[in-house]
Ligand binder design. Structure first.
Ligand SMILES: [Zn+2]
Length: 194
């Protein structure tokens, strides 16, 4: 599964909409991305996970660690493809922790898996969870890199596709200025395809 195939899958599942959108943050954007709309299809999730695992296969990972909730399904599928454990960290009072009896040791070589990397903040927090447990973080991966290549994760990073979806304050939005009608994703999910 190459970059084009990944993005075609996202478009087919209406997980990637291109146009003029009002996001839940209130910002306007030229695109809308919702990985859950791909990952809700187990066959797609498995295929995307296998493709991401192939990019990461040289890292020698012995366990996948993902931040809940966004990284959970793709982390599980990457773990399946690599034949290693897939565990997740959860936020309590704003801080990521290992719970549910999950553990890491200095013998573990961890790859951190996310659905989307935007600023890289949650990936770095997840790396820190593994490091604090004494494990060795060998790399990170995501389906989509929205960082414009700017995310510094401190470990080797691989994404299946890079996307640039700029956001604007409504009063500075060039699409509004050009008179393009704005769409709120979710409200017309079936008709908002580009
Ligand atoms: Zn706008």
């Amino acid at each position: 599964m190459d970059t084009t195939t990944v993005l075609d899958t996202f478009r087919k599942r209406t997980a990637l909409l291109e146009g003029h959108f009002k996001l839940s943050s209130g910002l306007h954007s030229t695109g809308y991305l919702q990985c859950a709309l791909v990952l809700q299809h187990p066959g797609d999730a498995e295929a995307v996970g296998r493709a991401l695992a192939e990019r990461l296969s040289g890292l020698g990972a012995t366990v996948v660690l993902s931040p809940a909730l966004g990284g959970l399904i793709i982390g599980h599928e990457v773990g399946r493809a690599l034949g290693v454990r897939a565990i997740f960290a959860e936020r309590t009072e704003g801080v990521l922790h290992l719970r549910r009896g999950f553990s890491l040791s200095p013998d573990d070589h961890v790859v951190v898996i996310e659905d989307v990397v935007t600023t890289g903040l949650s990936t770095r927090e997840t790396v820190a969870v593994a490091t604090a447990a004494g494990a060795n973080v060998v790399g990170a991966g995501s389906i989509i890199d929205r960082s414009g290549g700017q995310a510094d994760l401190g470990v080797p990073f691989h994404a299946l596709a890079a996307l640039s979806l700029p956001t604007y304050q409504p009063d500075a939005c060039p699409l509004c200025a050009a008179g393009v009608p704005v769409v709120k994703p979710g409200s017309r999910a079936g008709t908002a395809k580009s």
